[in-house]
Design a protein around this ligand. Sequence first.
Ligand SMILES: Nc1nc2c(ncn2[C@@H]2O[C@H](COP(=O)(O)OP(=O)(O)OP(=O)(O)O)[C@@H](O)[C@H]2O)c(=O)[nH]1
Ligand SMILES: [Mg+2]
Ligand SMILES: [Zn+2]
Length: 307
Amino acid sequence: MKALVNKNTGSIYQIRTEDGRTLNARLKGNYRLKNIKSTNPIAVGDVVEIEETGNQPTICHIHDRRNYFVRKPTNLSKQLHIIAANIDQIYLITTINYPVTTTTFIDRFLATAEAYRIPAAIIINKTDLHTDADRQQADILEKTYNTAGYETIRISAEKDIDLSYIHKKLQNKITLLSGHSGSGKSTIINRLLPGANQKTGQISECHNKGTHTTTYSEMLPLPYGGYIIDTPGIKGFGTFDMNSLEISHYFPEIFNTSRHCRFADCTHRNEPGCAVMEAVENHIIAETRYKSYLNILEDCFDGRYRR
Ligand SMILES: Nc1nc2c(ncn2[C@@H]2O[C@H](COP(=O)(O)OP(=O)(O)OP(=O)(O)O)[C@@H](O)[C@H]2O)c(=O)[nH]1
Ligand SMILES: [Mg+2]
Ligand SMILES: [Zn+2]
């Protein structure tokens, strides 16, 4: 029977069967995915086949994934961690402060979403805490990412401000929420889904960071169709599977501008007649985006990992 993986808590998978039952299942034998080196063979969002012969259902087959989203779990890790599979869109939950979300992090995240061809948008949460300086920073952030082609939405999950717009966007879609620990992913889900009851945690005063309250990804059904996925907070975002020539493809505004570069193989670092560098000088492309592009390009050459 077909089932959807809702939650993965190590070796046990919580699944929802086609006929509407929620069960705990194990993976049959030493099942391994063939084409991807990942720490988790099955992820939230996977569609699987189960057998119910013994006393606990077992997963015997994973249906082909429409897509998946991954990251490197640690700095030195060679393996990838699949955050979720078969998703329609990602909301990156960011905060100007409590905790700080840097543009480096946002750019690495968005470039990865582009590489895996999953539409992404940015939510700026905790607007209730914004000072005038924070609001100015949020304006710059919105301008930068709107110019790059990403939607930005400002909300306060805590004060329930402007969440109604998100409701419409979620209908009949599978949406992944990601971002730093403490950015408010679980709080947003509790607001959107009053019965959800996801655990939330305080921001550590001395580190200005969240305390990794959500430890397992979980997929929750929405009453109006679709699902929302709560995930553990992530710190850094390494890039992978990226060929140096492809990196500009993952920065939409850089890619669009590169058509006007003198050389077709321009890397936008020091070539004469580079339209990208000109656009950065003229403040058409944000300098932070260009710097992130250069950083990822450097990583490609020496295999570094950045936060
Ligand atoms: N002031 C304010 N606080 C918020 C808002 N959204 C969330 N918080 C608070 O921020 C803290 C962290 O929220 P969580 O929802 O646990 O954050 P998370 O992103 O799920 O964190 P992890 O599960 O650790 O990844 C909690 O104390 C929330 O009450 C908001 O819009 N405004
Ligand atoms: Mg959480
Ligand atoms: Zn160029």
